[in-house]
Design a protein around this ligand. Structure first.
Ligand SMILES: [Zn+2]
Length: 350
């Protein structure tokens, strides 16, 4: 099961609509804060909880706010709690070439157009039993309004028997290995873009331009995110063309928790956040395509010889892998990907 959030931008809400959304947000926030102030009373329903709201609110929004307050046990005061709609109250529909969202507010249901990207349109048109719509939050960010829609993709295993391992790194962002056949995504371009952006930011820093710097950071983030989308799509297409049934990736969550790491892992843990996104994009697209995803324990994947099975730290030097025992040679990242496909240290608990 793979969960992801789709951020749908509402298409140019009128000032009246924006006022409506803001009012609903402030009522939701006030409800949450008065629940906290009342000591988080238990056993409330949407009917009994609405007495804590300063003004009328839709029952579903009250219900979701109750859940949000219960989940954020440590929050003493909510600065903003966005109104949230469950999958029954938020309705998405395609009318003509446009997607619209409709949801309840304190003055009744509204239907608004959504500015969905091509990628989002593909996801929205797949909504159904295999791609499930979850809850959605309505929020504002820098003058624009969005619905953060959570979506769950149910994996549908395909008949394909082949196994692919994917190694992630900085030199090569991703290396896929399917029984010896490899696919590389160099990290050079990403490194170049990040260096160039960092230089620009440094220069702007001297000119004291915090807003411009923020814009630059956002731009870099969008660029990286788009790159992750491109890589994950290419990986999954490559797997589909080869009749792959299972993709294996390293369980990096495990690395973060482990104290002792080898050097390679330590270098990567700094960037785990971005690997996590690339992994989740690959996993989600693979699930949509009917490819199973498994998580391998990352220990020793760069040290074990795939030919003779001997393990030595010295087997690897930089991008070269050369087995000290049998002399087997290869590209270090490709060999790591092969070892991941074999899950040489076992599979992580799902
Ligand atoms: Zn060997």
């Amino acid at each position: 099961m793979q969960t992801l959030t789709v951020r749908l931008k509402l298409h140019r809400p009128t000032l009246a609509k924006q006022r409506l959304y803001r009012e609903l947000t402030s009522r939701t926030t006030a409800l949450a804060n008065s629940l906290v102030a009342a000591g988080r009373p238990r056993g409330l329903t949407s009917k009994t909880a609405k007495h804590y709201a300063p003004a009328p609110m839709p029952a579903v929004v009250v219900c979701q706010a109750l859940r949000d307050v219960a989940a954020a046990r440590r929050v003493g005061r909510f600065r903003v709690l966005p109104p949230c709609f469950n999958n029954q109250s938020l309705r998405l529909a395609k009318t003509g070439g446009f997607w619209t969202a409709s949801f309840p507010t304190h003055i009744g249901r509204v239907r608004v157009p959504v500015a969905a990207t091509e990628r989002q349109t593909t996801i929205l048109s797949q909504l159904g039993p295999a791609v499930k719509q979850g809850a959605a939050k309505l929020y504002e960010q820098r003058g624009r309004w969005y619905l953060a829609l959570s979506i769950t993709v149910k994996p549908a295993p395909r008949a394909g028997a082949k196994m692919v391992g994917i190694d992630l790194g900085l030199r090569n962002l991703a290396v896929a290995n399917c029984e010896g056949e490899t696919l590389f995504f160099s990290g050079d371009q990403a490194a170049y873009v990040r260096r160039r952006m960092a230089n620009l930011r440094r220069r702007m820093g001297r000119a004291k331009a915090p807003r411009a710097i923020k814009r630059m950071k956002d731009k870099e983030q969008r660029w990286m995110r788009n790159l992750d989308h491109r890589i994950s799509k290419a990986v999954v297409d490559w797997c589909l063309a080869r009749g792959v049934g299972t993709i294996r990736m390293e369980d990096l969550e495990g690395i973060r928790l482990r104290r002792r790491r080898d050097r390679r892992d330590r270098g990567r843990s700094l960037h785990n956040w971005s690997f996590h996104r690339l992994q989740s994009f690959i996993a989600y697209k693979a699930n949509l395509a009917g490819i199973k995803v498994e998580w391998a324990v990352p220990t020793n994947t760069s040290r074990v010889c795939p030919a003779c099975g001997s393990r030595a730290k010295e087997n690897r030097s930089g991008i070269r892998f050369r087995c000290k025992t049998c002399g087997h040679c290869g590209h270090a990242d490709a060999i790591a990907a092969l070892n991941i496909s074999k899950a040489i240290s076992g599979l992580a608990a799902a």
